[in-house]
Design a protein around this ligand. Structure first.
Ligand code: XBP
Ligand code: MG
Length: 247
């Protein structure tokens, strides 16, 4: 009996490497537009990424690195204003084609669809960002549930976003596999009782993934083998058959 009935994909770092050259650049362009002399370097952004959520990340930065900063308006309104600018810049970057899907993402999603495997998105990023990525490279209709950003009260590593998808798809956790990239994402999925495969990236390669079912460099392609970093898999790329063997 095929236990694998559905896949849940994280977005940032999993479907596409969006953080270093996407979100980070968009934040810096928003700071410049707001005439703030803030600039998040590649390395510094790696520390800030421990905080899920762009608005939450700005608040953390203010608290820890700009404690004397005073805004005219209420700080929540100020953060929302900066984040709105940032999202505008991020969408421009995405639409320009500056951010591509990661190896194997489109191939696996198309194969899963042809195999009748149901699919969903569970991401911390804002809804417009997900829609723009899926519309540019995939097809919104392929995903039964798109759980993004503020749709849940508590962002990753809290399990809320994965529990939301489980509740909407009405399938037991044992029938799912999750594709993620970070320790926050793994913790969130595991807390929802979901088996998880990690595809690492430049920001998450050294994180603790001991509870993952498998850790690979990326999903791989038939002509471009992935590297297996943890777990029992000796293929060159992850396809539906290999996912079925992992569940
Ligand atoms: C990653 C995140 C997001 C993005 C920024 O999401 O934590 O907050 O860094 O997007 P995931 P926003 O890995 O769960 O896809 O500024 O829209 O939050
Ligand atoms: Mg991610």
């Amino acid at each position: 009996m095929n236990r694998l009935k559905a896949l849940i994909f994280d977005v940032d770092g999993t479907l596409a490497n969006t953080e270093r050259d996407g979100h980070r650049v968009a934040f810096n362009r928003a700071f410049e537009e707001a005439k703030l002399n803030w600039n998040w370097s590649v390395d510094f952004y790696g520390e800030l990424l421990t905080i899920s959520g762009g608005k939450e990340r700005i608040k953390y930065y203010l608290h820890k690195y700009q404690p004397d900063f005073k805004s005219q308006e209420d700080i929540t309104d100020f953060v929302a204003y900066i984040h709105k600018l940032k999202t505008k810049h991020y969408l421009q970057l995405l639409r320009s084609g500056a951010i591509k899907l990661r190896p194997g993402a489109k191939r696996l999603i198309e194969e899963a669809r042809q195999s009748g495997i149901r699919m969903a998105i569970a991401t911390t990023t804002s809804f417009p960002n997900v829609i723009a990525l899926l519309e540019k490279y995939l097809d919104l209709d392929w995903f039964e549930v798109i759980a993004a950003g503020d749709i849940v009260a508590n962002k990753k590593p809290a399990p809320d976003v994965y529990n939301y998808v489980l509740q909407k798809m009405k399938l037991p956790a044992k029938n799912f596999l999750v594709l993620e990239d970070s320790d926050n994402g793994l913790e969130s999925a595991i807390a929802a009782g979901l088996k998880t495969i990690i595809t690492v990236n430049n920001y998450t390669a050294k994180q603790d993934f001991r509870r993952a079912a498998l850790v690979v460099s990326d999903l791989g392609e038939p002509d471009r083998a992935c590297e297996v970093l943890q777990g029992n898999f000796n293929g060159d790329y992850l396809d539906v058959a290999s996912l079925r063997s992992l569940i």
